[in-house]
Ligand binder design. Sequence first.
Ligand code: ATP
Ligand code: MG
Length: 558
Amino acid sequence: MLTETIHKHALKNKKQFGSTNPKSIIGKVIADFPDAKKDMKTTMEETAKICKEVNSLSEKQLDEELSKYTFESKLQEEKGLTLPNAQEGKVVTRFPPEPSGYPHIGHAKAAFLDLECAKKYKGKMLLRFDDTNPEKEKPEYVDAIRKGLKWLGIKWDGEITYSSDNMGKFYSYAEQLIDAGKAYLCTCTGEEISKNRKIEQECACRSLPIPEQKARWKKMLNGGYGAGEAILRYKGEMSSVNTAMRDPTLFRIILFAHYRQGEQYLVWPSYDFAAPIMDSIEGVTHAMRTKEYELRKPLYFAILKDLKLREPELIEFARLSIKNTKVGKRHITPLVQEGKVMGWDDPRLPTLLGLERRGIQPEAIKNFVLSFGLTKAESEPGWGKLLTENRKLLDPSAPHYFFVPNPIKITVEGAPERSVKIKTHPDKEEYREYSVADTFYLPRREIEGIKEGEIFRLKDLYNVRMIENMDEVRVGYAGEEIVEGKKLQWVTEPLECEVWKPGDLFLDGAYNPESLDKEQGYCERAILKLEPGKIVQFERYGFCRLDSKEPLRFIYSC
Ligand code: ATP
Ligand code: MG
């Protein structure tokens, strides 16, 4: 087994790099086969021996040997997206958003994990709207979530389903629990319920006989109680160390019209009740959710066991948070409602719309969120890692242009008039063309730092010398030959443009009203032919996305 693991990695390593050595593969061997660490001496000896053998194979032999092994796709393998008791072709995962807000990067993490795990086992991923709280849900959000997933490139299998389409089933499962003495109708006040949970005390409702429970349940369904006057509770254990098992709520009265079901239901299942049932009846084999639900795991299985429903595997992973940013509808919604951001697509927000507006590529989001894998390990990355991913993706293709922040007008003495063609990307034969005379707009901040006598270059044009840099700035033409020194971006016409630079929305936990910096400048005329949404690289400045043409505005991406 150990030798096989070594063999496999050595073959792959040689295939990739032409030869292999123990150093390059030992990490992977141990990751796949942790027991190998117990006797490192033997492991190293074996590895050295096998590497030597593999290095002596011909290309043809190498391919033959390689074909004996199966390899997971690189991403899935690196991220350890391994599911317990998974059978190829049989795995079914699901992404279960509640349509109570706009999707954010945390949802992207959950959805990509669901998708990649399903793919790894050649299974399916379902999309289900967990919509059993009419107070918070809206069709607008259903739409936003579908569009967001589409934008991310996430395709689900089959039809979208809605938990709220199963109310009849939920009610009949509730009755089964009541009949089995596993659920009871509680009419205590919220306060009493909390207090009893704290002091581990059962209430009088709990011990009423089953026929009476059934009558009370009917009354509840028929509107005989007002909101907050009755709930259906699971008969857990009031003295359980796990507080989630202290007779949790299964159904409550919510007197709101449901965006999909209208006003036909008054009594709505809790997440604790609806989620396991939906997972089970929809054929989900591997249900993933964030770690904060860990305490509720026994409840998930207790409900299924009592109802004799098939039990999926339940897997927890860490909730994604980003430093100085609040990920979560609970935090984002008030920012939008109180006007502290411009809308759900504010580029400072971690919403998918905000990220898109900021020029973040779906692929960068995918690489970023999957880099944390399917683990419970908490971390709080900053934006940096996501932006680095994004830069890598944009660099090969984003066209280059000039933007001059805070420009200063300068006349170049002795400037030759000419027309100049400038490449828009180092790897592409694409150009923009300008005729230049002696007037330029240059970045003021940079000019201020240039000493008299110093030679610098107008990028892709020619050299100039700083003649005077006191009250008046005078520069003169200084030849063509490329020299060491500063190269400045320039424009010849004052085309006004604003760049919005998103910063951290929160500092030390408090809202930061100064989080959107706006920088004025001039940009070159060629950008007028671009359409909104286009991402460019402003040279010596950064990647920016064209947000609006009138007024002309870019958003700084990375
Ligand atoms: P929010 O805090 O935004 O309300 P939620 O968990 O209530 O989040 P849901 O719509 O219920 O939002 O979530 C759908 C799925 O996305 C769930 O499986 C949930 O665990 C997951 N999810 C939500 N936020 C994050 C996050 N920050 N990181 C990882 N997964 C998340
Ligand atoms: Mg929720």
